[in-house]
Write a protein that binds this ligand. Structure first.
Ligand SMILES: Nc1ncnc2c1ncn2[C@@H]1O[C@H](COP(=O)(O)OP(=O)(O)OP(=O)(O)O)[C@@H](O)[C@H]1O
Ligand SMILES: [Mg+2]
Length: 218
């Protein structure tokens, strides 16, 4: 489903990614671990088309992502890729449900369909009773589950998560990790998760270890 080959990235004279090869298959959960500065977030941003490699090939669902630019790249990203970050980045002036639906509005999905889909996701994620609330009145764990629902609203091929539980206490982190596996079994959702959490990394189907800009085991 996703194939990255020979990915290189430098920031000035700093060679951050030194030829990364990675394949992700349908409904697979892959964790990426490695010490700080190894290049995990840089790789995730490139796989998620938020950043461009200096060299390498990237294909998703058979499409060569290196040839997509501007609006067509943004459309592809909005349809095929979901993101979950350490800090949820929810919009404070909108309710949980509105936040979940925003990527769907951008895609042009009808509000009826979005209402239905956000309701279903909220049900799976256990936040149905909090949908009318603004983010500031939700707990950290609830906010992060809203961010997960938002990442899933357009049925992406893959969700990229960068330290999604990094800002949660142990119980909420565990709850979030269990949800990833529930979403995979119920929606066949693929996840690529950068984490410093050894327990989560170990739960994944595959653990990719990065060291100094390279994958050293997977
Ligand atoms: N936009 C940028 N400009 C310059 N240097 C950058 C930029 N982004 C990342 N770097 C550098 O690239 C290296 C890899 O950064 P990256 O964020 O990918 O690491 P990481 O593995 O995600 O680390 P952490 O576990 O701390 O999040 C670091 O040395 C970082 O300082
Ligand atoms: Mg990082």
């Amino acid at each position: 489903m996703l194939i990255a080959k020979g990915i290189h990235k430098s920031y000035g004279s700093l060679h951050v990614l030194k030829g990364v090869d990675l394949e992700i298959t349908e409904s697979e959960i892959v964790s990426i671990v490695g010490s700080s500065g190894a290049g995990k977030s840089t790789l995730l941003h490139i796989l998620g088309t938020l950043d461009q490699p200096d060299q390498g090939e990237l294909t998703m669902q058979g499409k060569n992502l290196m040839t997509l630019k501007g609006d067509s790249l943004a459309d592809f990203r909005n349809q095929q890729i979901g993101f979950i970050f350490q800090f949820h980045n929810l919009l404070p002036e909108f309710t949980a449900q509105e936040n979940i639906q925003i990527p769907g509005y951008i895609l042009g999905t009808s509000s009826e369909a979005l209402q239905k889909k956000s309701g279903e996701l909220a049900e799976i994620l256990g936040i149905s009773h909090r949908l009318d609330h603004k983010p500031s009145t939700l707990s950290g764990g609830e906010q992060q589950r809203v961010a997960v629902a938002r990442a899933l609203i357009n049925n992406p091929s893959v969700v990229f998560a960068d330290e999604p539980s990094g800002n949660l206490d142990t119980a909420n982190a565990k709850g979030l990790h269990e949800l990833f596996f529930k979403l995979r079994s119920e929606l066949k959702q693929a996840f690529v998760i950068v984490t410093h959490n050894e327990e989560l990394a170990g739960m994944a189907d595959r653990k990719v270890v990065m060291q100094d800009g390279l994958i050293v085991s997977s």
